[in-house]
Design a protein around this ligand. Structure first.
Ligand code: NAD
Ligand code: UDP
Length: 333
């Protein structure tokens, strides 16, 4: 359904490539872009994405799918106006499963798509990450902070890969080769996360719904800031379309900050789960805290997240309950 572009306004219909469009965030982005009346080509290797995420779009006349790795040359088949690069596993166990491929996806994949965007005169948006700040010594994180990243640890394939991808983007921009925008995405959650993805929100919700213990890594006093996926997608689209200053990376995330234990308790309450909390070893180089300063996004994009964690968690829990065929207690009136 179109909510933005009038059907007669062909000029404003854009041809948009979404790399990583079968993934959690990418599939919501495809939905939103199609909802605005654009044509969407999704490129995905299904490394961590799923066909189920694209099921609602399968017969959409303006949607097409290219199944391939982003590291190999891409032929979109149409003249492109926009390229979103979300192709990269985002969950630590997933991106660490084949770290060399993760690094190559970040560097070679980003380079490939940026060249493609250049050839088409298309605007390019890179999905970067709060991981570029590593284990931050400044809090909250502003975009001018250079970060504290271990370049030899198990997270480096992702953190340093994304940093290298950002370097590519800004070199490309300085060389005047195209219009490039960089979103630094903080922890995002919502429906369509894979149940076995390994990230905290999907793990806790799936564990609670299955009546299994909630696995808290370390003492659980590390913090994260959780953004609901629809808010994040709105931020990405605003950054692509309205950012008047493309030379700067922009943090996108929800500044509400929660400890891991607090999140576990919220999930227990929401699911009325009898699941106990069990502690597991803290992964190497796990950042101790994370919270975005979103002043730049507010100023440049007039963007701020709207969905509070309790509300987004409820929606995500309902989706997982449906997907897993489990019951979720009704929220109190
Ligand atoms: P996801 O794993 O659900 O989606 C990634 C998609 O990219 C999947 O569909 C996967 O199959 C595809 N992909 C991976 N490597 C590929 C390759 N080499 N070639 C083609 N396709 C490939 O992850 P997500 O949470 O939707 O994240 C999307 C993007 O946003 C990623 O680039 C990630 O780094 C970034 N990001 C996400 C978060 C978050 O909290 N979700 C935070 C920061 C950054
Ligand atoms: N975490 C946890 N239990 C889990 C999964 C993750 O305690 O089952 C912790 C993890 O150690 C980290 C935080 O939750 O401190 C967020 O982890 P996630 O993998 O979701 O994202 P990250 O921000 O680390 O990339």
């Amino acid at each position: 359904m179109r909510d933005h572009i009038d059907g007669t306004d062909e000029e404003r219909r854009l041809n948009i490539l979404v790399a990583g469009g079968a993934g959690f965030i990418g599939s919501h982005l495809c939905d939103a872009l199609l909802g605005q009346g654009h044509r969407v080509v999704c490129l995905d290797s299904f490394l961590t994405g799923s066909r189920a995420n694209l099921e609602p779009l399968r017969n959409h006349p303006d949607f097409s799918l290219i199944e391939q790795d982003v590291c190999t040359p891409v032929d979109p088949g149409i003249q492109l106006d926009r390229v979103y690069n979300l192709a990269c596993p985002a969950s630590p166990p997933r991106y660490q499963a084949d770290p060399v491929h993760t690094m190559m996806t970040c560097i070679s994949g980003t380079g490939n798509l940026m060249r493609l965007a250049g050839e088409h005169g298309a605007r390019f948006l890179q999905a970067s990450t709060s991981e570029v700040y590593g284990d931050p010594e400044r809090h909250p994180q502003q975009e001018d902070y250079w970060g504290n990243v271990n370049c030899t640890g198990p997270r480096a394939c992702y953190d340093e890969g994304k940093r290298a991808a950002e370097a590519l983007c800004f070199d490309w921009l300085r060389a005047g080769k195209g219009d490039v925008r960089v979103a630094r995405i903080f922890n995002t959650y919502g429906p369509r996360m894979q149940p076995d993805d390994g990230r905290i929100v999907s793990n806790f919700l799936v564990q609670a719904l299955r009546g299994e213990p909630l696995t808290v890594y370390g003492a659980g006093d590390q913090t994260r800031s959780f953004c609901f996926v629809t808010d994040l997608v709105a931020g990405l689209m605003a950054l692509m379309e309205v950012n008047p200053n493309p030379g700067q990376p922009v943090n996108l995330g929800n500044p509400g900050e929660f400890t891991v234990i607090e999140l576990a308790r919220m999930v227990q309450e929401l699911t009325a789960a009898s699941s106990p909390i069990v502690h597991r070893p803290l992964p190497t180089d796990d950042p101790r805290r994370r919270r975005p300063d979103i002043g730049r996004a507010a100023e440049l994009l007039n963007w701020a997240p709207r969905v509070p964690l309790a509300e987004g968690l409820r929606e995500t829990a309902a989706w997982f309950a449906l997907t897993l065929g489990r019951d979720l207690p009704q929220a109190p009136a």
